[in-house]
Design a protein around this ligand. Structure first.
Ligand SMILES: Nc1ncnc2c1ncn2[C@@H]1O[C@H](COP(=O)(O)OP(=O)(O)OP(=O)(O)O)[C@@H](O)[C@H]1O
Ligand SMILES: [Mg+2]
Length: 281
């Protein structure tokens, strides 16, 4: 039985009168790409924020390695090896690429007598250049402020930063939305490489062919609830769109759901299959 590395149970998040998450479940597995899909407003970004310490859920539980965890800040998530590429990228636009890659985790040369050393700019420049080269990103100048770069270049920097630091889980909220064909392929390659290193990758994307190309398993959110889980090999674009829009019968999804999960991640349906909220499953 394969246990989820990261698991959300019955997570609720309310913004004023909007119930963004209405008791949703979610699982991600080590060495596996899990796509999190759903229509605009389904609650994907909100779920990612709850699982990366940016937003505090109003209810529910989060487990890492079977241990209940409390994520009260992005730093507490990062300490546990959880990194995120946010949909809004969360970059400091007045700093250059390398400074962004090391934002909050700056490298320092050892100081005298245990004093905090000076920033090791050369090491950060080299590390940053390597991380960007991995993604095939070319910048007009290494020291250009990120605010002066193109949308795709910024997105690549946000991806490179999360990849560089993730040791357990990486969330990527539409990491390829602004990318050209070549950079998109590079990001997909990087996703596979990170997956193969044992990290749990969670990919949010509206691009269904991309989801099917890179994901091992797929979880579907609708109206703030998880409504289906699939093994990627078992489904096509039509199935995914049907699940997202609710066009597929819940009963048909239920059958697929259990089978897909059994095949993909071992027999781990017990105790989970009955927590899918109010759609009768
Ligand atoms: N900070 C906020 N304040 C108020 N409402 C919010 C906030 N963030 C999200 N919401 C609401 O919560 C719901 C879910 O939003 P969320 O951003 O999680 O959707 P999403 O699935 O990521 O959509 P998209 O595909 O468009 O990115 C939406 O109805 C949205 O309006
Ligand atoms: Mg979103």
């Amino acid at each position: 039985m394969v246990e989820a590395l990261l698991e959300a149970r019955n997570v609720v998040k309310q913004y004023g009168t909007v119930r963004a998450l209405q008791g949703t479940d979610f699982s991600a597995y080590a060495g596996t790409v899990t796509a999190l899909i759903g229509d605009n407003g389904a609650g994907k970004s909100t779920l990612v924020k709850c699982l990366s310490g940016v937003a505090m859920p109003d209810g529910g539980e989060i487990f890492l390695d079977g241990q209940r965890i409390l994520l009260d800040s992005p730093t507490s998530a990062q300490r546990l090896g959880i990194e995120t590429v946010y949909q809004d990228l969360a970059l400091a636009y007045d700093l250059d690429a390398a400074a962004n890659l090391y934002l909050g985790r700056e490298l320092r040369r050892p100081g005298l007598l245990g004093m905090l050393g000076v920033l090791d700019k050369a090491a950060m420049r080299n590390g940053g250049a390597g991380a960007l080269a991995n993604l095939g990103v070319r910048l007009p100048a290494a020291d250009a402020p990120v605010g002066s770069l193109s949308g795709g270049q910024r997105q690549s920097i946000a991806v490179a930063r999360a990849v560089a630091w993730a040791s357990r889980v990486i969330f990527m909220d539409e990491p390829t939305a602004a990318l050209g064909v070549v950079q998109r392929e590079r990001v997909l390659e990087v996703i596979r490489r990170v997956r193969d290193s044992g990290v749990a990758v969670v990919l949010i994307s509206h691009n269904m062919p991309e989801v099917l190309a890179v994901a091992d398993r797929i979880e579907v959110l609708r109206l703030g609830r998880r409504v289906a889980r699939f093994a990627a090999g078992d489904v096509d674009v039509e199935d995914l769109v049907g699940a997202m829009t609710g066009a597929l019968e819940a009963s048909a999804l239920g059958a697929n759901d259990v089978e897909a999960n059994d095949v993909e991640a071992g027999a781990q349906t017990g105790g989970e299959g009955n927590t899918n909220g109010g759609n009768g499953r």
